[in-house]
Design a protein around this ligand. Structure first.
Ligand code: NDP
Length: 290
């Protein structure tokens, strides 16, 4: 018999989560503030809990997916909800401090708490493409890994409850940086009549090539030593100046190239011009950007 689960919050994501549990054969209890969003799930075999408290009490695993952490706190902190003895898996998006605070809050009430971040859209839930990250006590994860696996490819990150949120934003930083670089290149090439579709395979090859550098560059960052094995930062900064000048000359947006060059210039001013690109971590690792 599959683990009985409860899903609290049936927005676009919560409905997909509950449907995936049902498809995997888990007895599934659902609850949503707007009860009508449970109709389709109930038709597919879910049980609609009469109250949040009932939903928390029903499953050995309670998955929560609401708009934000404040909504989670308001809902689970309400009268008539007793999380004592429950295992809560909070898949609501938030920041690392909110995740750690939610873990404290749940712990004080006798609940076991795993935080999680969903790096997928609702239609992918229940397939291997859905990447779902978890952080919290490893024993809690292991106990429920099989059930959580119904939702997608689940990964355990570590005991710090804030890790899932941090990986979530780190992943977004990667995603947007790659996309923005591609859009910059596309804007440049379109001024010469080259369309996005023509540039895309070339851009893809560059992105894949750069991705190959990451493990070696990570060793430099982790060891704090940045010998210029292939290129010095001051050489890169000259290429950045070309990117800025070309962008301005052909009349496309130069904000992003200027931002990147400003960071490199600061690192060079701090004496890092003869070191390799990842020395810029020192610029990224301090406050700035107000
Ligand atoms: P929706 O806006 O579709 O759903 C929000 C849910 O939160 C609804 O069930 C809503 O209830 C409930 N809710 C909000 N405030 C309260 C409250 N005060 N009390 C009780 N219930 C409340 O959002 P999604 O389902 O798309 O997203 C949910 C979470 O999943 C978010 O944190 C989002 O960032 C994350 N996520 C979503 C992804 C996506 O592609 N959709 C991708 C990755 C993460 P009601 O129906 O009554 O309004």
């Amino acid at each position: 018999p599959r683990t009985p689960v409860s899903v609290i919050g049936l927005g676009l994501m919560g409905q997909a989560l509950a449907a995936a549990f049902l498809r995997a054969g888990h007895p599934t209890t659902v609850w949503n503030r707007t009860a009508s969003k449970a109709d389709r799930l109930v038709a597919e075999g879910a049980r609609l809990a009469p109250s949040v408290g009932d939903a928390v009490a029903a499953g050995s695993l309670t998955v929560v997916c609401l708009t934000d952490y404040q909504a989670v706190r308001d809902l689970l902190g309400a009268d008539g909800v007793d999380p004592d003895g429950a295992t809560l898996v909070n898949l609501t998006s938030g920041d690392s401090a909110q995740a750690r605070e939610a873990a404290r809050w749940a712990g004080q009430r006798g609940a076991r708490y795993l935080d999680g971040a969903i790096m997928a859209v609702p239609p992918a839930i229940g397939t291997a493409e859905a990447m779902i990250l978890h952080s919290g006590a490893e024993a809690d994860f292991q106990e429920h890994e099989a059930a959580l696996g119904a939702l997608g490819t689940v990964t355990y990150l570590g005991a710090d409850h804030g890790l899932a949120s941090l990986y979530d934003v780190a992943g977004l930083a990667m995603m947007w940086s790659v996309l923005n670089a591609w859009l910059q290149g596309t804007a440049l090439l379109r001024t010469a009549g080259v369309d996005a579709g023509t540039f895309a395979p070339f851009a893809r090859q560059i992105a894949a090539g750069v991705a190959e550098w990451l493990p070696g560059y990570a060793e430099q960052i982790d060891s704090g030593s940045f010998p210029a094995e292939v290129s010095a930062l001051e050489t890169d900064a000259r290429a950045m100046a070309h990117l800025v000048e070309e962008s301005e000359a052909v009349g496309v947006n130069a904000e992003l190239p200027k931002l990147i060059k400003a960071m490199a210039d600061r690192a060079i001013a701090a004496g890092h011009g003869k070191e390799q690109y990842p020395v810029l971590i020192e610029e990224f690792a301090k406050p700035g950007g107000e």
